[in-house]
Design a protein around this ligand. Sequence first.
Ligand code: NOJ
Ligand code: CA
Length: 680
Amino acid sequence: MRMPAVSSRFTLALIACAAAGAAHAATVAEVASPDGRIRVELDVSGEGRLAYRIARDGKPLIGDSRLGFLLRNGRQFLRGLELQAQASRSVDDTWEQPWGERRFVRDHYNELRVQFAERDHDHRRLDVVFRVFDDGVGFRYEFPKQPALDEVQIAEELTEFAIARPATAWWLPAYEWNREEYLYQRTPLAEVGTAQTPLTLRTDDGTHVTLHEAALVDYAGMNLMKGDGGVLRASLTPGSPAKVVRRVPFDTPWRTIQIADRAGGLVESNLILNLNEPNKLGDVSWCKPSKYVGVWWSMHLDQQTWGTGPKHGATTANVRRYIDFAAKYGFRGVLVEGWNTGWDGDWFANGWQFDFRRPTPDYDLPGLAAYAKAKGVHLIGHHETACAVSHYERQMDEAFALFEKLGIETVKTGYVCDAGQIERQDVEGGPVIREWHEGQFMSEHHLRVVLAAAKHHIAIDAHEPIKDTGLRRTYPNWVSREGARGQEYNAWGRPPNPPEHEPNLVFTRMLAGPMDYTPGVLSLEGRGQPIGSTLARQLADYVVLYSPVHMAADLPEHYARHMAAFRFIRDVPVDWQETHAVNGEVGDYVTLVRKDRNSQDWYLGSVTDENARTLEVPLDFLDAGKRYEAQIYRDGDDADGLTEKRFSFVRETREVTSTDTLTLTLARAGGAAVRFVARH
Ligand code: NOJ
Ligand code: CA
């Protein structure tokens, strides 16, 4: 990956400090964002407790929030700490994404590193590092190498986020059986239960804040639980023998606080990516952003099955049909689920039966791979583990080698089982230990998979994954994940996804990273239930929900009935030069615009909740002085995403420039998609 040298400023100051031995809390260190709007202060109380607080524009945003740990194998790290030293530096760099929602990312922050040690006992040491950007704050703990601490077993991380103002929160419950697949709740902050991250808040003065984490590596995922007052405190996902077990030295993931004046500012923030390590895989040009079709929706409609038998979807003849369809309409990938042995019977319970190297007898894997290759198409592999994770790890190297030989570039993995039911078996034939999808064991498992796949130049799209924390920067073959309710809920979900789902996702789950939502069901019909969406909205999802791999999820015979709308799905790219949020409110509506990385064209996607609305969109994002043909895919004048009128749809074209304003009229549960074709 080429790194354009922009500017890099680096200053370091090491100041030895006297102990903060005063009876009351003393501010011992502070750091501000490059634009000066965000200020972080760090306190040590008289009894040696650490706390941080954050103000923005001089007003408290996060009040005194404690820092520390409970350990299973030692005394807590909480009291009796004193400041040893502090150092600060400033960084202003720009780096390039191999693929992404924007090509260049500015990494501009002021950093404060503070070293603490216990006054008594073993003088154990703990560092805290803050990075303050214009779009928020990241901080992490670092356990330095030290004589009195070889291994830490973390019982709980005591990090707090004391939200200083009344706020509305958008959040998903944590520790529920269905993992991340819940509907977003919108409640006053005071009514937040135990929540997953990203969790988004809007304070009473209109400031938007998202709490999440970056670079979750060899550590337990963080949830948030309500403490006293407006305090949200960390609740690490369980593991055994402790939530986290690490040799010292090590660093925790970054705790992230994205801050923006408007909801769209959260979408434009690069804070999470910036807090991840640069690409460790080198040249990843083999990782190709692309769209795919496949044997998938038919199973969710219950027209076909994963298991063998009369309704088996992964048959040679059926997959040939999909390859032909992909070749005809320019899709690079064809996903095939149910291709391998092990699905027969109750596959949810049979994870240990899966063989990832053996196709079913009615599926000619090498023949189909060759057939696809001759047509410029690539099969997409599928590894559903049903949570028999150790069983999968024993096969994955061979399975990836097989796929590589067949020209398969992407593998969708899956971890279907209830939360807390991941099966880990460290020794073959030994005891099976149950783990959580978001625990330390799985943070390591996913990286083992991603690295094993990288050796074979294969990209990973994980379903029922651990949450995204920006690791695609470090491992760019980890291209996408599910990790929220996707389109499949529109097939069989009770209830299906409500119209506010996408405007919720954009400002919550999508801030973590790409999502394999599987959009584009133009038949607007699930398993005997209507999909609450207009046709135009299904198109808008391709722009609104970012992923470098996007599926055209519907059946070929359904697309045949909607060729005008299907045109947009064929045209829309999945790799972008730039991305902007032109408007939006969490859970209500959003309009995103993105510039294609491989042409001069721009694309717009807009979706609304259960309310129809008219949005004025100034086209000032377009390149000045250029003329464009706007190919507009919009709701018909009588469209209504919540009735039979959901199919009412118009495609029209107009000449526009950057000085024009486009009026979007969105139906209930509606949307709009526009391609701006640059005139030469
Ligand atoms: C759940 C995934 O989200 C879905 O896409 C897949 O079809 C099934 N598991 C089977 O693996
Ligand atoms: Ca709403």
